[in-house]
Design a binder for this molecule. Structure first.
Ligand SMILES: Nc1nc2c(ncn2[C@@H]2O[C@H](COP(=O)(O)OP(=O)(O)OP(=O)(O)O)[C@@H](O)[C@H]2O)c(=O)[nH]1
Length: 195
């Protein structure tokens, strides 16, 4: 997948000052790298975050995405260096409209995996070649990865990215997303320890 660096600027945030870089990928989407500090040398903290319009921007409590994004930016800010790769893989790769269709099925009792299946999609339609290409393009082959997702962790390792440490990112559990998080732990194998 060919990556094209399109633009870069400073992005002051409530977590400190980041650099924002935008990349065009062969999927026709614009992906974002939000970075702080010098990423060379010691393995930096990296978050590979899949777009979640409802959780990241619309304050939804149905998932933990917004809370995870905030926690990742906070950890990077505390360390003074690191990056979030913000990938446009909305709805675990099925898109916003289909995610909301899946929510409607969950309103009627399906869990997050069953809902995807009922719509004819795999439980998780994402793959991580773009993330791997971006990491290699940024010369980030030794990283500390903020994730609870074993698939993501394994995909990077298989591609030769050395994950020297997995940093758990458990935040934002609430009564609205408890069933969703429990299904992710039980059916998708996420490393989640919260009750
Ligand atoms: N299809 C579908 N997608 C969802 C649902 N809830 C959240 N998402 C999407 O799931 C993606 C985030 O996936 P997660 O499994 O929470 O996180 P992850 O990135 O795989 O793993 P972590 O690194 O541990 O956060 C985002 O693209 C969300 O839009 C849902 O019920 N159905």
């Amino acid at each position: 997948m060919a990556l094209e660096h399109i633009a870069e600027s400073v992005l002051p945030t409530q977590f400190g000052e980041f650099r924002i870089s935008v990349y065009n990928a062969a999927d026709g989407k614009e992906h974002v790298v939000l970075s702080m500090g010098d990423l060379k040398g010691e393995p930096p903290l990296i978050r590979i975050h899949s777009e979640c319009l409802t959780g990241d921007a619309l304050f939804s409590l149905r998932c933990d995405c917004g809370a995870q994004l905030e926690a990742a930016l906070e950890k990077i800010s505390d360390e003074g260096r690191g990056a979030v790769l913000y990938l446009r893989q909305e709805g675990r790769g099925i898109g916003l409209g289909n995610k909301i269709r899946a929510y409607a099925l969950q309103d009627r009792g399906a869990d997050t995996v069953e809902a995807n299946h009922q719509l004819g999609f795999p439980a998780d339609a994402r793959e991580y070649s773009l993330a791997i290409e971006l990491l290699k393009c940024l010369d980030l082959c030794h990283i500390k990865l903020m994730t609870n997702n074993p698939r993501k962790f394994d995909a990077l390792k298989a591609a030769g990215i050395e994950v020297v440490e997995r940093v758990a990112l458990e935040s934002g559990r609430n009564p609205h997303n408890a069933k969703y998080l429990d299904a992710k732990r039980a059916k998708l194998g996420h490393w989640l320890t919260l009750p």
